[in-house]
Design a protein. Structure first.
Length: 265
């Protein structure tokens, strides 16, 4: 049983390589208090170094993903810049996690909660989910990476619309804008996400980590830089057991079993 406030606010379970991380403040629509921030920081910091974890699925308890930061709590005398350094650390930890990450969204995903979902590699949403960059309605500007993520996904003009008007949009519009990867019926959300996570967990772990790193790094680089990075990482892939295993499985007309083990002796 969870025995600290952070562990109660952020629940984790590991099954067959899939780490499910659940925001657990359903009475507050999983709004992020200090215990939630602390819990996310601890989980993200550990997950990338755990060889048993191949995929991370982020979700919320009680029918909602996350209502953003909880602004009702006592923040003490901590300077806002110091608090934001902690928020920024969590955004970077999620962005730089080497393993694939999936957000499973139902209910509301607003403010920092939506940007937490956008910080994942893939977003699976129920058709009934609702999204908003709510910050302007709270007298605030974007945080948790929203000012970087939104223009990359939807372009500058739509990013400004979402940020400046703080509109609430439905899941179908979010999908059209590219902010949702998969849109499913509410009753299919759990099964679809579980299947997606298993497909990722069954993939070649070293190769998937490197593809994710390449995409993150090279989005802002030249073609020459990207090609150099691709050559380096491909050499690493050929030094694992996975590439030859995939070739053998292809020749034998069966699915490969990927381990990520280093093959060079």
């Amino acid at each position: 049983m969870p025995d600290t406030e952070a562990e109660r606010a952020v629940l984790t379970s590991l099954d067959d390589g899939i780490l499910t991380v659940t925001l657990n403040r359903p009475r507050r629509k999983n709004a992020l208090d200090q215990a939630s921030w602390d819990g996310l920081r601890a989980v993200f910091a550990r997950a990338g170094d755990d060889p048993e974890v191949r995929v991370l699925v982020l979700t919320g308890a009680g029918g909602d993903f996350c209502a953003g930061a909880d602004l009702s709590g006592d923040r003490g005398d901590v300077h806002p810049l110091q608090r934001m350094r902690g928020v920024n650390e969590i955004a970077l930890l999620l962005h730089e996690l080497p393993i694939p990450t999936v957000a499973k969204v139902e209910g509301v995903a607003v403010g920092a909660g939506w940007n937490l979902a956008l910080g994942c590699d893939l977003v699976v949403s129920s058709r009934t989910a609702r999204f908003s960059q709510i910050f302007a309605k709270r007298g605030l500007s974007l945080d948790l990476g929203g000012s970087w993520l939104l223009p990359k996904i939807v372009g500058l003009q739509q990013a400004k619309r979402l940020a400046l008007l703080a509109e609430i949009i439905g899941a179908e519009e979010a999908e059209k804008l590219g902010l949702v990867t998969y849109l499913v019926e509410p009753g299919e959300l759990d099964g679809f996400t579980a299947d997606l996570a298993k497909r990722l967990a069954d993939g070649p772990p070293v190769a998937l980590r490197q593809s994710k790193q390449l995409l993150n790094e090279n989005a802002d680089r030249t073609m020459r830089d990207a090609l150099s990075s691709e050559a380096r990482t491909q050499a690493i892939n050929f030094a694992t057991e996975d590439a030859p295993a995939a070739f053998t499985a292809f020749m034998e007309k069966r699915d490969p079993e990927f381990t990520g083990k280093w093959a060079v002796k």
